[in-house]
Design a protein around this ligand. Structure first.
Ligand code: NAD
Length: 260
């Protein structure tokens, strides 16, 4: 299975997990739009990936919470390359507080990036996929789609919600050859996680080492972080799988932190 000439959009792909998914897709021959907040950084990542080949990438500016920006970005990809085969809704943020102290503005901001972002990008891509009679939508969940942790009420709520959205897309999309699946990674050392280590240490009154060894990796089978490459490989499987046999699913990739 490869993604030769498949047209893909990966949101939040200027860095972190999204950038590595985009790299994996380009290595598989895809044309990948790197959609991120800042056009310059999206274009820098895209130039790097195009150089690596054999596929190609382009950067587009997109705030996934802004309906006009999402529609314009998706249209730009269609105008350039002629359609959309794969959407990876990956853009995400993390904000940690105890529930009783969680600022309402932060709650709304986090839910908006994860849930509005997945909804708006899916809504914008579906007509193009339906027209073509095929497509793959991949939502970036988390072990926190299935498990709760203190301090992460908004994140856990959003990530659980994405499982529901993915299942509805799978049911509505089936008649049009569109499938939807959710990836649920454990802790991956990206800027999103690096930022949480001192924040959680301060909130919980423990050392940063304890946050890593006990909170983040304590439940894994081998005390190891999941890597960006591990997650990208699952994204590639969901993107390239050719039939509706694999739809409405969620796959956990977490060194056994969560087993089902
Ligand atoms: P990251 O912070 O390294 O990268 C996130 C990217 O999303 C950045 O490039 C950022 O600019 C972009 N982004 C943020 N808000 C955006 C918006 N409104 N519109 C467009 N782009 C936006 O994070 P990451 O660790 O690579 O996380 C990527 C996804 O994976 C997120 O959905 C996250 O919840 C999920 N995830 C991460 C981990 C982990 O341990 N790192 C684990 C499970 C799930």
């Amino acid at each position: 299975m490869n993604l030769e000439n498949k047209i893909c959009i990966v949101t939040g792909a200027a860095r972190g997990i999204g950038a590595t998914i985009a790299r994996r897709f380009v290595a598989s021959g895809a044309k990948v739009a790197i959609a991120d907040l800042n056009l310059d950084t999206a274009q820098e990542t895209a130039a790097e990936l195009t150089k690596a080949g054999p596929g190609q990438a382009m950067g587009i500016a997109m705030n996934v919470t802004d309906e006009d920006a999402v529609n314009a970005g998706v249209q730009a990809v269609v105008d350039n390359w002629g359609g959309i085969d794969v959407l990876v809704s990956n853009a995400g943020i993390q904000i940690v507080h105890e529930l009783q102290d969680f600022p309402f503005e932060d709650w709304k901001k986090l839910l908006s990036v994860h849930l509005d972002g997945a909804f708006l990008t899916t809504k914008a891509c579906l007509p193009h996929m339906y027209k073509a009679g095929s497509g793959s939508i991949i939502l970036m969940g988390s072990v926190h789609s299935k498990e709760a942790s203190p301090l992460k009420s908004a994140y856990v709520t959003a990530k659980h919600g994405l499982l529901g959205l993915g299942r509805v897309i799978a049911k509505e999309g089936a008649a049009h050859g569109v499938r939807a699946n959710v990836i649920c990674p454990g802790f991956v050392k990206t800027p999103l996680v690096e930022k949480q280590i001192p924040e959680q240490a301060a909130e919980l009154g423990i050392s940063e080492e304890e946050v890593v060894n006990r909170i983040m990796l304590g439940g894994t089978v081998d005390q190891e972080f999941t890597t960006v490459e591990d997650v990208a490989e699952i994204a590639h499987l969901f993107a390239a799988f050719p039939t509706n046999a694999l739809t409405g699913q969620s796959m956990v990739v977490s060194h056994g932190w969560f087993m089902e």
